[in-house]
Design a protein around this ligand. Structure first.
Ligand SMILES: [Zn+2]
Length: 275
């Protein structure tokens, strides 16, 4: 004679397991966002602990987008004639980009959310906490065609090119701290090709929104990308001087859309086995 309550619980467990894997198999950003705030363990009755319930996929399985507003604190970055600073511009844009990405269901982490200036290592440490993330550092240049946006990936072992972001990054970079491990400074190396593909996808999207932007991404020695153990790109808005407040505010949504689209396309490439 079967134990009826046990059978009922078992059937409930089986029926729920038939639903869960669909959401887990293809973790759309929306599905992930819905899973995140709800601890799954709270919904499982205690009695089920002895029933073999299939393991749920990790709730946090989608890409984490780490947004890095460059500069901050005593490092203003580029300055406009009117007194605007790159550190403030990229923070405002990053906050808008974050809001838009979250609206689209992505999980977003910021390396700074105020006028602080975390070190390169601190910013990298935030990004390198996650196993499945994408790092985007935001800059605003002092030169360049106004109202264009460029995507970069890090290039190791080259002298600073004419690219403003490289000049910018190198100008602000002191020699690596003596305690820095070489490996830490090389963390991006295995991801350079992935970062180049992501940067190309991002640049293609950005060029659709910001006419006059390049069609393909650029390589540059970007210090802020070198220690990131994940696909990582720099996005540079032009320019601090040429961009007015309205344009900056309005640019955040297309930048976020371009990032979201390129991340989605990039992950499709990855799951399709692209190298
Ligand atoms: Zn900068």
């Amino acid at each position: 004679m079967p134990n009826f309550p046990f059978l009922l619980i078992f059937l409930l467990a089986v029926s729920s397991s038939a639903i869960e894997p669909r959401a887990a198999a293809q973790p759309s950003p929306q599905a992930v966002a819905q899973q995140q705030p709800t601890p799954q363990s709270d919904s499982a009755p205690q009695q089920l602990s002895s029933v073999p319930v299939p393991t749920l996929a990790p709730a946090l399985s989608g890409p984490f987008i780490v947004l890095d507003p460059a500069h901050g604190g005593a490092d203003p970055g580029a300055r406009s004639e009117s007194g605007g600073t790159e550190k403030d511009i990229v923070l405002r844009v990053a906050q808008s980009v974050r809001a838009e990405l979250e609206r689209q269901g992505y999980r977003v982490m910021m390396t700074r959310n105020d006028d602080s200036n975390p070190s390169y290592d601190d910013r990298a440490a935030i990004a390198n906490t996650y196993h499945d993330d994408i790092f985007v550092t935001l800059h605003a240049s002092s030169t360049g065609t106004p109202n264009t946006v460029r995507a970069y990936y890090n290039q190791f072992g080259s002298s600073p090119s004419g690219a403003s972001i490289a000049a910018d990054a190198n100008a602000k970079t002191s020699a690596p701290a003596a305690s820095s491990l070489t490996l830490w400074d090389e963390a991006q190396r295995p991801y350079v090709d992935a970062s180049r593909r992501l940067a190309d996808l991002a640049q293609r999207e950005l060029a659709q929104f910001f006419l006059g932007s390049p069609a393909v991404s650029s390589a540059a020695p970007v210090r802020g990308l070198r220690s990131i153990a994940a696909p990582a790109v720099a996005i540079e808005i032009s320019s601090v001087s040429g961009a007015d407040q309205n344009w900056l505010t309005a640019s955040a949504v297309p930048i976020a859309t371009a990032i979201a689209r390129s991340v989605a396309a990039f992950r499709q490439q990855v799951s399709a086995g692209a190298k």
